[in-house]
Design a protein around this ligand. Structure first.
Ligand SMILES: NC(=O)C1=CN([C@@H]2O[C@H](COP(=O)(O)OP(=O)(O)OC[C@H]3O[C@@H](n4cnc5c(N)ncnc54)[C@H](O)[C@@H]3O)[C@@H](O)[C@H]2O)C=CC1
Ligand SMILES: O=C([O-])C1=[NH+]CCC1
Length: 299
């Protein structure tokens, strides 16, 4: 994120090719100039929300990353990108939350969405933060519009992580009530969070991307919040609806991390509008490639 904001990384606004009214292919080229983490890559990722209705347990997001030699341009590897996409997206939310809540006490975490992103965010946030509700129990709330799915995830996570209690909420309003941090990771095309449900100083990581990148939160939330983004070019190209609404972006998370933008006051509601960055995939692909070479090729 820092490299993007210091412009040591190159990533153009991505191309979106729609295959029908709900599905699309994103082409995400990126170059990261760093001897340890750098690479030249392009992630190809399809987003097909209707896969859930096919009854074959297909993921709705499917990604592959092509990794190239920076000097010769020769293709070095094609790396499966589903796990990478999951982890790097949750990692970006962790960083945004860390910097945007640095001076706030965190007690209540609410996750809206029990799919791949909801799950990985639950795993990452229980690891990096310590959410403790009034009775001093480590607790993470999870809501999904299809409650059965949330119940299944909650039961799986409670078996995996005995130290933290995951709790299923049937109402999105009750789930976000008194929340210090909210994560939205759904395909909702209508708002699932309203301003009047929020307390002062709440931080929201808005991860979900349907056909528009700003449909999970009400317009009034965006207008009342300090909105941070991951990269300006992407936001200018994809968040046109928010711009038309009059939303001014406060800055990139990378700029916040490097001290180039001052953090919001503690009572200010903040939103990290996560688009997802090609250079995050680039760095992860390089890491996977290096590990593969070390482990299997002894190089
Ligand atoms: N910002 C980023 O970098 C990334 C964003 N995403 C976005 O995150 C969202 C979640 O992705 P995944 O977890 O991989 O998908 P998923 O299909 O595994 O999970 C989606 C969840 O949204 C719920 N959902 C579907 N339609 C809904 C609706 N109309 N209202 C409320 N909930 C609904 C589903 O029940 C499911 O729990 C998607 O919008 C995806 O495009 C995904 C990867 C990276
Ligand atoms: O960056 C990414 O991988 C994605 N952003 C929205 C859907 C997938």
């Amino acid at each position: 994120m820092g490299s993007v904001s210091k412009r040591r990384a190159i990533q153009t606004a991505r191309a979106r090719t729609c295959s029908n009214s709900t599905s699309f292919l994103l082409t995400m080229p990126g170059f990261l100039d760093d001897s340890n983490f750098g690479a030249l890559s392009c992630k190809l990722i399809t987003v097909c929300p209707n896969n859930v209705h096919l009854g074959k347990s297909l993921p709705t997001i499917n990604a592959n990353i092509t990794l190239f030699d920076e000097t010769t341009g020769i293709l070095k590897a094609i790396i499966s990108g589903n796990e990478i996409t999951k982890w790097r997206t949750a990692a970006a939310s962790v960083v945004a939350t860390k910097y945007l809540t640095a001076k706030k006490g965190l007690r209540v975490l609410a996750i809206l969405g029990a799919g791949a992103q909801g799950e990985i965010h639950a795993v990452a946030f229980q690891h990096f933060f310590n959410f403790e509700e009034a009775n001093s129990k480590r607790l993470i709330r999870i809501w999904n519009h299809n409650t059965l799915k949330a119940e299944k995830l909650v039961s799986k996570l409670n078996q995996l992580y005995c130290g933290t209690v995951f709790k299923c909420f049937k109402s999105n309003e009750m789930c976000v009530k008194e929340a210090d941090v909210i994560i939205t990771a759904t395909f909702a095309s209508e708002p699932i969070v309203q301003l009047k449900w929020l307390k002062k100083g709440t931080h929201i990581n808005a991860v979900g991307a349907g056909l528009t990148h700003y449909s999970e939160l009400s317009e009034s939330i965006y207008l009342a919040s300090d909105v941070y983004i991951d990269y300006s070019e992407g936001a200018e190209a994809e968040l046109t609806g928010l711009k038309e609404l009059g939303v001014e972006f406060k800055g990139e998370i990378g700029t916040l991390v490097s001290g180039g933008v001052s953090p919001s006051s503690v009572n200010q509601i903040t939103v990290f509008q996560s688009l997802g960055m090609a250079v995050e995939d680039c760095a992860m692909a390089r890491m996977v490639y290096d590990l593969y070479k070390k482990q299997y090729r002894n190089v």
